[in-house]
Each structure stands twice: as structure tokens, then as C-alpha cells.
Design a binder for this molecule. Structure first.
Ligand SMILES: C[S@@+](CC[C@H](N)C(=O)[O-])C[C@H]1O[C@@H](n2cnc3c(N)ncnc32)[C@H](O)[C@@H]1O
Length: 245
């Protein structure tokens, strides 16, 4: 059985990536021109970005397919006396009568979508965008060397509240369709005994930016810009963002 962003994966994500900060947050906040704007974050996960937005009084809603991630997002919001409006929804089936002024998909999450739902998902976003609204979207870029890992290898370990969660990975690269196929295994260990194991298939699409620009155009987007956010994920770690309307 495969859990997608299940309990253990979500716990590890939350321990390490709880809240967006500094340059990344500043970049996305710079698009919020007033408190009346309606913002949407599809694939919002644990609210890493959504919660800091909400904390600043911005009207933001989000959705995701992982119940565990949504639960963490809601709990985190409640601890800050916030009430995040987040719900379970796949982006490929998303429909909205409400129109948004800003739609954000940070952190390369769009690369998690299989090819067969990319066009539909973009069309759904375009339909939910106000005529003057903007989409900010990140994808994983093609070009870097991919190191394959053929045997289960420990790649992360965290300990908190008497529980240790260990992450193991196997990685293969499918050159035909530019997919990094990662298998993840999470184990929860307490008192040296494995209490729970979780498996997750984690395919990531690597994109050519020029081709993706054409994909955006063919799904109705225009005025396309690419921004580079220098040191956006911390010193020495920059990322690119598509802006379009
Ligand atoms: C890497 S996490 C990013 C979460 C958050 N946006 C952030 O910046 O930290 C990717 C999220 O995308 C969600 N996701 C994957 N496929 C999805 C789909 N088809 N529709 C909606 N959410 C999806 C996952 O459940 C996961 O929470």
C-alpha cells in the first residue's frame, strides 16, 4: 500500500518545513497589494506558506489531497488563533465559482503532477483567476545531474517526543519522460521497535522552462515572466517562479 504524504511523511515535513520565511515569503507577499485581494494556494500541504499569509490578515484559502497535511495545517493555524480555510481537493478536479486575484503554487509542487493531468490542472487554475489576476507557479527544472540510488538508503532521520522517524529512498531516473521516480519508506521507531512503516511513490517531473512556457500559453495564460529569487530558500539556494495572467 502506498500513502501519499501520509502521517510519517507529514510529521517529517512539518518538523523541517513548518513555515516559509525570509526571501521566499517576501517574494510571494510582494504580490499582495491590499487586504481585499483573494488568494488561493492549491497543493497547500501543511500551510507552510498559507499560515504566514493568514497571520498577516490576507484572505487566503487552500486545498490539497493529503488529509494528514491538511490536518497539520489546521492544527498549526488553531495554535495561532487562526482558522485556515483549507479543504481536500485534487487540482485536476478543482472548480470554483469564486475568482481569485492571486494563485500560488510554491516549492516546485506542480512537478508532482503526472503529465496526463497537467493541462487540465492549468485550465482549472486559469478558470479560477480573475481577469486581472496572477498565477505564480514553480516547477523543477531539467538540467541537473540525477544520482540514482538503487538500494534502500537512509536519507533522513528526526527525533522528537520520544519518536524517531527514519526516511529511506530509492531513486531512478526515467530519461524518456524526464521523471525522477523516487520510492520512499518511512519508519516510526519507539524504544528501538519499528511501530509503523509507510511507503510512498514520489514521481517528480523535470521541465524545460521554454517548453513549459508554451504549455502555459496553450492553456490560456499570457504575459509570462520568469523571476529568479536569489537565495530564496536560504543562502546559495535560489529558485525560479513563473508569473502569468
Ligand atoms: C511538496 S508539498 C508542498 C506543500 C506546500 N505548498 C509548501 O510549499 O510547503 C506538495 C503538496 O502537494 C499535494 N498534492 C500532490 N498532488 C496533488 C493534487 N493532484 N492535487 C492537490 N494537491 C496535491 C501533496 O499532498 C503535498 O501536500
Amino acid at each position: 500500500m502506498s500513502d501519499f504524504y501520509g502521517e510519517l511523511c507529514t510529521k517529517m515535513y512539518e518538523q523541517e518545513k513548518s513555515l516559509a520565511e525570509e526571501k521566499e515569503l517576501e517574494f510571494y507577499l510582494s504580490y499582495v497589494k491590499n487586504q481585499e485581494m483573494n488568494v488561493l494556494e492549491p497543493m497547500c500541504g501543511n500551510g507552510r506558506l498559507l499560515i504566514p499569509f493568514l497571520h498577516k490578515g490576507i484572505n487566503i484559502e487552500g486545498f490539497d489531497i493529503s488529509e494528514e497535511m491538511l490536518k497539520v495545517c489546521k492544527e498549526k493555524g488553531e495554535k495561532l488563533n487562526l482558522n485556515p480555510h483549507v479543504y481536500k481537493q485534487g487540482i485536476e478536479e478543482f472548480k470554483s465559482e469564486k475568482l481569485y486575484d492571486l494563485i500560488l503554487i510554491p516549492f516546485g509542487s506542480f512537478s508532482l503532477l503526472p503529465d496526463r493531468i497537467v493541462n487540465k490542472s492549468l485550465q482549472n487554475l486559469k478558470s479560477a483567476l480573475n481577469s486581472k489576476g496572477k498565477l505564480l507557479l514553480t516547477i523543477m527544472e531539467k538540467g541537473r545531474e540525477i544520482k540514482e540510488v538503487l538500494d534502500w538508503t537512509e536519507t533522513n532521520r528526526i527525533t522528537f517526543n520520544n519518536e524517531t522517524i527514519v526516511e529511506y529512498k530509492k531513486v531512478t531516473f526515467n530519461k524518456q519522460n524526464d521523471m525522477i521516480e523516487t520510492e520512499l519508506k518511512y519508519q516510526s521507531i519507539q524504544n528501538n521497535i519499528v511501530q509503523k512503516s509507510e511507503f510512498m511513490n514520489f514521481p517528480i517531473k523535470l521541465y524545460n522552462f521554454k517548453k513549459f512556457e508554451n504549455t502555459l500559453k496553450s492553456n490560456g495564460f499570457q504575459d509570462i515572466l520568469i523571476h529568479v529569487v536569489e537565495n530564496g530558500y536560504g543562502d546559495g539556494s535560489s529558485f525560479k517562479v513563473f508569473e502569468c495572467s
